[in-house]
Design a binder for this molecule. Structure first.
Ligand code: ADP
Ligand code: ZN
Ligand code: ZN
Length: 724
């Protein structure tokens, strides 16, 4: 008997199945999906069995499988099927897909030893009467104590062995008992109250057919009660004896959602997200495998949760870019959800206040069924939004906070209400230049200017993490006449402290890198230990603070100025999301948006809470420029440490694409990527735009095959990229 084993190995060339002989002792034991150790290049590595056959036609001398890694197969039938389907869509190595499905402890070739943690208990091995008899005749206090404790509590956790326990075990009076420990302990705040759905929510719930696969798009304004709808649908699914996946953009940013789910569903939930360490992830994963869990709440990779009998998949904030993985395998959780929905014959529900253009276009064409919630569910109404032209403010010497925003902040502070301020740039300032020679201080490894961080007094690269002690002299001309430009969250915090003397808390990547800090900041702000929460886009999502009545956007242009076809969509979404944080209770909310582009349609429509007109306008532009959803895009990234070689190979690839794809397909480039040099690697790209091209996947595969074995040039293919 032979097994086909897929392995992952440092060398790019190895992403294929290899045949091994199954030793006699494993015949009938090894199944498809098993993780095995096999000899490869004179060492043992791990891989997955993808096929078992009776004969072998090749003429290599085959090696034997060395050993099994686990008792049971790691990949089940559905996962193997998913691997096939995903590979068809995104053209990546199959092993990379399997690895993405698994927690580190179960990946092939993992380099840590993440085990199961067991607690050891002692329990009685005889009747209580016998224990009592023994106590009465025993002259050792420590033994008596142990037995009395067992009589009282039935079982006792053993932290350290001692001679008493050993003796009692030897005498057969007590025995050990083991139990797996779950290292992840979520906690429930108890603040969330279960509500009764309103008529609109009821209608949405009733519209979803739980007995067949169908995609739905729930377009509901912020605070319209989408989360309650998800919970009700999931509740119904559970009552039918099925299971559910609930995806959220990044749980550590939205602890309030987890809190609501834990309150309602308690121990039937597993949580999977990047805030857990690998031990906790492994425990949560095994909890799912054991069938004890009915609901998985998690970020992108939770879409692979090994639940059986799925009854619904919900993707909240479906427009969020983090649902697409930006390294290999570049899958989109939405696409995987559709495959799994079909497999289980279950509905897939996408929800958003600002749906992606792709999803709304599909809903408009009836590919997804559109459901809507147009009113706020609880108290409160949509906030009034005001746009401030910062060009005007500059004439009054205001560069950070406009006059009106300053005044409104004062007003809230006086009333004892709270304020959220969004500034999508961390650090102190964004650029350091020399006033004498005009040099801009750049990262030596990247094509990016360094950001000054005052708290550590360093200049840092946000791409490669390069950092140096703050530069006081120009490295080009030696002048000490240096000036920093641009505004980051650190500087804004300093400014707020200077002007208002209020209690200010900052939330960005720098203040939340330690585990649990997100939750702490959010909880503290919720308890009104602070008046002002300022932060990057991580504050825009999912937070619900009744006392927040003012939201300020400090620089709405930062997302608008990104050279990317989605920049308007991203800006509209971000402004709508962050505006939705204001006025979520009886207190009316207000929003102030500061911008240098007050007439830009994404800002004007965000002000009017007008998704529909924004959608129409943006669709016109996408059509004119042949962008999604009118055309599909695939990006071919060509990278090399060698500038000239990269250029030469990128041109070859461009030619090859043009020659071999259909004539209706457009190939742009090669061109230099937006950030051309990152960590001393040069990035070229070709953009392919097409409506339908049956040749594409073969052509891309040919390119991939060639560069897989090229040690100097890397090619990565990104189907439906998030950014171009
Ligand atoms: P979304 O997910 O659309 O932003 P949520 O589900 O978070 O909306 O609801 C917003 C607020 O309204 C929450 O505080 C929630 O408790 C409340 N809410 C939702 N549905 C109802 C309802 N039917 N009755 C009363 N309050 C509700
Ligand atoms: Zn200089
Ligand atoms: Zn860098």
């Amino acid at each position: 008997m032979y097994a086909n084993v897929i392995i992952e190995y440092g060398n790019k060339a190895v992403d294929r199945e290899f045949t091994y002989v199954i030793p006699n002792k494993y015949i009938g034991v090894i199944k498809i999906g098993h993780r095995v150790r096999v000899p490869f290049n004179n060492r043992l590595i791990e891989g997955f069995v993808l096929g078992i056959t009776n004969e072998y036609k090749g003429d290599y001398e085959l090696k034997e499988i060395d050993s099994l890694c686990d008792l049971e197969p790691i990949l089940n039938e559905e996962m193997l099927y998913l691997g096939d389907e995903i590979q068809k869509e995104i053209l990546c190595s199959k092993i990379s897909i399997y690895q993405a499905m698994l927690p580190k402890a179960l990946k092939a070739k993992h380099d840590t030893n993440i085990g199961i943690k067991m607690n050891r208990y002692i329990v009685s091995n005889v009747s209580k009467v016998e224990l009592n008899d023994y106590i009465n005749n025993c002259k050792y206090d420590n033994q008596k104590e142990i037995l009395s404790e067992i009589i009282k509590n039935d079982r006792v956790l053993v932290k350290n062995l001692n001679s008493g326990i050993n003796t009692l075990i030897k005498k057969g009076l007590i025995k050990f008992e083991y139990e797996e420990v779950n290292r992840y302990q979520g906690n429930v705040s108890g603040k969330y109250k279960i509500v009764k759905l309103n008529e609109d929510q009821e209608m949405v719930v009733e519209s979803v057919n739980l007995d067949e696969f169908k995609p739905y798009l729930l377009y509901g304004i912020t605070g319209s009660g989408k989360t309650e709808v998800y919970m009700e649908l999931i509740d119904r699914v559970i009552k039918k004896g099925k299971t559910a996946i609930m995806l959220v953009p990044e749980i550590s940013l939205t602890p309030q959602i987890v809190d609501r789910f834990m309150t309602k569903f308690g121990s039937e939930i597993a949580i999977l997200h990047s805030g857990l360490n690998e031990y906790e992830k492994y425990d949560e994963y095994r909890k799912i495998l054991s069938g004890k869990v009915k609901i998985v709440v998690g970020a992108r990779s939770a879409i692979f949760a090994p639940l059986k009998n799925i009854g619904i998949i919900v993707i909240d904030e479906e427009h969020t870019s983090t649902y697409k993985q930006d390294s290999n395998p570049r899958y989109h959780a939405r696409d995987v959800a559709m495959i799994r929905g079909k497999y289980h014959n279950a509905p897939v529900l996408l929800g958003s206040a600002t749906p992606s253009l792709e999803s709304f276009a599909r809903a408009s064409k009836g590919v997804y069924q559109l459901l809507t919630l147009t009113k706020r569910a609880g108290h409160g109404s949509l906030p009034k939004i005001e746009i401030v032209d910062m060009k005007e403010e500059a004439r009054y010497g205001k560069f950070i906070l406009s006059r009106i925003l300053t005044e409104k902040i004062w007003e809230r502070l006086r009333k004892g209400e709270q304020i959220i301020l969004l500034l999508n740039r961390r650090g102190y300032s964004s650029m350091l230049t020399c006033r004498d020679c005009g040099s801009v201080i750049k990262c030596p490894n990247c094509d990016i200017s360094l950001t000054y961080h005052k708290s550590s007094n360093t200049n840092r690269c946000h791409y490669c993490n390069y950092s140096i002690k703050n530069i006081s002299k120009c490295p080009v001309c030696g002048s000490s006449n240096m000036k920093d430009y641009g505004l980051g969250t650190e500087k804004l915090e300093e400014e707020l402290n200077k002007i208002f003397g209020a209690r200010v808390i900052r939330m960005d990547m720098d203040t939340t890198s330690r585990k649990g800090m997100h939750e702490k900041i959010i909880n503290d702000f919720g308890e009104h230990k602070y008046d002002i929460l300022l932060g990057t886009q991580m504050i825009a999502k999912g937070l619900d603070f009744p006392k927040v009545t003012l939201v300020g956007v400090i620089n709405a242009d930062s997302s608008l100025n990104v050279p990317d076809f989605r920049s308007s969509e991203v800006t509209f979404g971000l402004l709508s999301q962050v505006s939705g944080r204001a006025g979520r209770s009886d207190l009316a909310g207000e929003v102030v948006i500061q911008t240098y582009n007050p007439d830009h349609y994404s800002i004007v429509y965000a002000k009017d809470h007008d998704y529909y007109n924004f959608y129409q306008e943006e669709m016109k532009i996408r059509k004119t420029l042949s962008y999604p959803p009118y055309f599909y895009i695939t990006l071919v990234n060509i990278t090399s440490r060698d500038y000239d070689l990269g250029f030469k190979e990128a041109n070859k690839i461009g030619e090859f694409l043009r020659k071999n794809l259909l004539t209706d397909t457009r190939v742009l480039g090669p061109s230099m990527a937006n950030v051309f040099k990152i960590n001393n690697v040069y990035h070229y790209q070709c953009i392919i735009k097409y409506k339908h091209d049956e040749k594409l996947s073969d052509v891309l595969k040919k390119i991939d095959d060639v560069y897989k074995i090229n040690p100097k040039v890397d090619v990565s293919i990104d189907v439906n990229p998030i950014r171009v």
